[in-house]
Design a protein around this ligand. Structure first.
Ligand code: PLP
Length: 375
């Protein structure tokens, strides 16, 4: 049997252990310390646009605190992209608020700005209130149409919480994902572009927002010599050990992005003449996906096989692939949530497949994957 080819594995560089060792040697093993500050500075330098980054225990925690910061509470509505991972929407429920799902457009597979505006108008008509926040997602690293989405959001004065968990390093018009909205979310889970073993970050536009994020992430302690609380807090700060891994990963971030883009290019090249298979591409020069995962669409009529046929033969060949995200408006747990849909995400879910794309894959591995699709 051939070695297993995984969808997306973590890859460590040379410096992670140095930062961890330093943390041990100086006894900074708590959720604060030089690695946390260093990692946050590295991230804000990397993102640009004077953003203030707060390192947290996960991307999900970052979405949760982002919604807290935006004042989302019981009974509020929050618009969320339907085509995404459940972690984009779950924190809305943690706060007793209600998700309203909006479908995608065909170019980027992300939130459709036209449908977004229709949804806002319809919610206003039906509830008399505007949604409290909007969560677009840059799925598989592809930037959403943020210029248009921000246009709509600004017209109605609704803050945007940008889920860039899969999109560190991706750019739209030279601006990095995570820096478009009032707040942005990054994830450093094991299968993401870089990892801290587990972790995330909230990207804030203002220093004041970053301060409030740290306050809520560390149990919301009032300024007093004893423990006094005027707010409900959370234990969401990143540890100095995890941040040490993150600082090391920043040395290899550019390499990882370059490798994932090269993998996407090789797949595109090897599959370009295969009838019925389309590889997801940047829709135009303004878009620069990090190609966290390379995704294909399988037209069953033309290809003579379905997405599921391909997935199963991959499995037989010891290759891990995965269908595209199942839209949130089709999830049993969100059956009651209002949804504004146009068929795009359902269609993508039916015919789409994520191919192995991790930085440790060799060109030979990619050829092995392509051979299975062709045979
Ligand atoms: C991974 C992911 C998250 C959650 O990040 P965690 O660090 O795993 O909590 C949120 N949104 C999207 C789109 C993701 O892919």
């Amino acid at each position: 049997m051939n070695n297993r080819i995984w969808l997306s594995l973590a890859h460590m560089g040379e410096h992670e252990q140095e930062f961890i060792k330093e943390a041990f040697d100086t006894n900074w093993v708590v959720p604060l310390g030089p690695n946390v500050n260093g990692f946050e500075k590295d991230l804000s330098d990397y993102l640009g646009d004077n953003r203030h980054v707060v390192a947290l225990s996960s991307g999900t925690a970052a979405i949760h605190l982002g919604l807290v910061l935006l004042g989302v509470g019981v009974g509020d509505e929050v618009i969320c992209q339907s085509f995404t991972f459940a972690a984009s929407a779950n924190p809305i429920m943690y706060l007793g608020a209600k998700p309203v799902f909006v479908d995608s457009e065909k170019d980027t597979w992300n939130m459709d700005p036209v449908l977004l505006e229709e949804a806002i108008k319809d919610r206003l008509r039906k509830t008399g209130k505007l949604p409290k926040a909007i969560i677009p997602v840059h799925l598989y690293g592809m930037p959403a149409k943020m210029d248009k989405i921000m246009g709509v959001a600004n017209r109605y004065d609704i803050p945007v919480l940008e889920d860039a968990a899969e999109a560190i390093g991706s750019e739209l018009n030279g601006k990095r994902c995570g820096t478009f909205g009032e707040l942005g979310v990054l994830s450093f889970n094991g299968n993401k572009m870089i990892t801290t073993s587990g972790g995330g970050a909230l990207v804030c536009r203002t220093e004041e927002e970053a301060g409030r994020t740290m306050f809520f992430a560390t149990q919301a302690r009032d300024i007093a010599p004893y423990y006094q609380h005027s707010h409900i807090g959370y234990n969401y700060r990143m540890s100095n050990i995890c941040a040490g891994i993150g600082r090391g990963q920043m040395f290899v971030l550019d390499e990882h992005i370059a490798r994932r883009r090269a993998i996407h290019e090789l797949y595109s090249d090897l599959l370009k003449d295969v009838v019925g298979i389309t590889v997801m591409q940047n829709p135009s020069n303004e878009y620069k996906s990090n190609f966290w995962l390379t995704c294909i669409l399988v037209d069953p009529q033309l290809a003579g096989q379905t997405r599921e046929d391909i997935r199963l033969s991959m499995e037989q060949n010891n290759i891990e692939t995965r269908p595209l995200w199942k839209p949130m408006h089709l999830q049993p747990v969100f059956a009651d949530a209002p949804a504004y849909v146009n068929g795009t995400s359902e269609h993508l879910f039916d015919i789409g497949l994520c191919l192995p794309s991790g930085p440790t894959l060799t060109d030979e591995d990619i050829r092995r994957v392509v051979e299975v699709i062709k045979s």
